[in-house]
Design a protein. Sequence first.
Length: 422
Amino acid sequence: MQTLVVVGTQWGDEGKGKITDFLALQSDLVVRYQGGNNAGHTIVLDGVKYALHSIPSGILNEQIVNVLANGMVINPKALIEELDKLKGRTFNLAISDKAHVIMPYHLELDAIKESLLSEKIGTTKKGIGPAYTDKAERIGLRMGELLDPLLFEKRLKEIIESKNKQYHLYGLNPLDTKEIYEAYMSYMNRLKPYITNTSLLINDAIKAGKKVLFEGAQGTLLCLDHGTYPFVTSSSPTAASVPLNTGVAPWLIEGAIGVTKAYTTRVGEGPMPTEIDNEIANYIREKGHEYGTTTGRPRRIGWLDLVLIKHAKLSGGLSGLAVTLLDVLSGLNELKVCIAYELDGKIIDHIPSTVSDFKRVKPIYKTLEGFNEDITTVKRFEDLPNNAKAYIKFIEAETELSIDMFSVGPDRNQTIIINKIF
């Protein structure tokens, strides 16, 4: 494949950054197509851990062009702080002039709106939702507009006037237009060299026969349209959203690899049918270091839920799977896998459309034998213990998707290819 999308099949945190980083070694461009710095991608290279939030996972390879596409919402201050952590490394970065800008009022409104909800969504309070709201209401600011100081100042004054009315309703101190203007002008002086028409950049690369890897944030179940609404993010992480969010024709996207942990995790609120809260959950959490990259919150732990993967395949399209953190399951006597749900006495193999129904489903499990061997040094599928191989084969059979790769540890060299895809 020349163009490939990396998609999370669960609620995010599946290890997409690691898989993208691995596949990026074969890529010319890595394109982040949605979300903002509410995402977290942890990559380990030569024993050094890098926590990325807005920047694509290919940033650690100086030969790759890393693109922040038009479907993203970008916090310039946070982006600069992230770039500063890469000091000493050579990188190539391109930022879409059509990507929307996260402003200070987005962060404040995000926090206060969440605080007023009786049932919390679990937002990271990074201003993502309010920024996408302004985009939909056609009152947002885009990166390209900030390159024109006079235009930016004019638009900012109009927006601040409207936002201060909101602030008054919430009992907040009014915003200072001059303070925000000066701060964002200093940010743009730093980011200006990277801002360009990224749609042209990506399309030219595809025409030239270069390999393009598309990377989303979060996972399919946090999709605004096809996730567990309202406990979702404010954009779509699915492969189906890539054309709109990058300015590339749909027929130019050749495949999508779905990333799934060997178990299930979730950060934030909302239903999670296979969630467990016992010694096994604690074992998996500690062994898998299951704490949010962005928030530091302990992740909720559950058995692998194949209904989620089938949903990701149906709603956004998957051509194969990558299974991460298989090594974390070593030491467990038995492994449960959810193959369907029971709802009101009926067996279903899909996710109900309403959260109220989803909360009531009961997982139907298939129990497999566990394995105790240390698999962190395995280099081939054939070298896995028989029970670990059976686990992989069971996932393939149930989802009708080939498992093209799996990982047995956090480092790049602990990723094993079964089928060459890129």
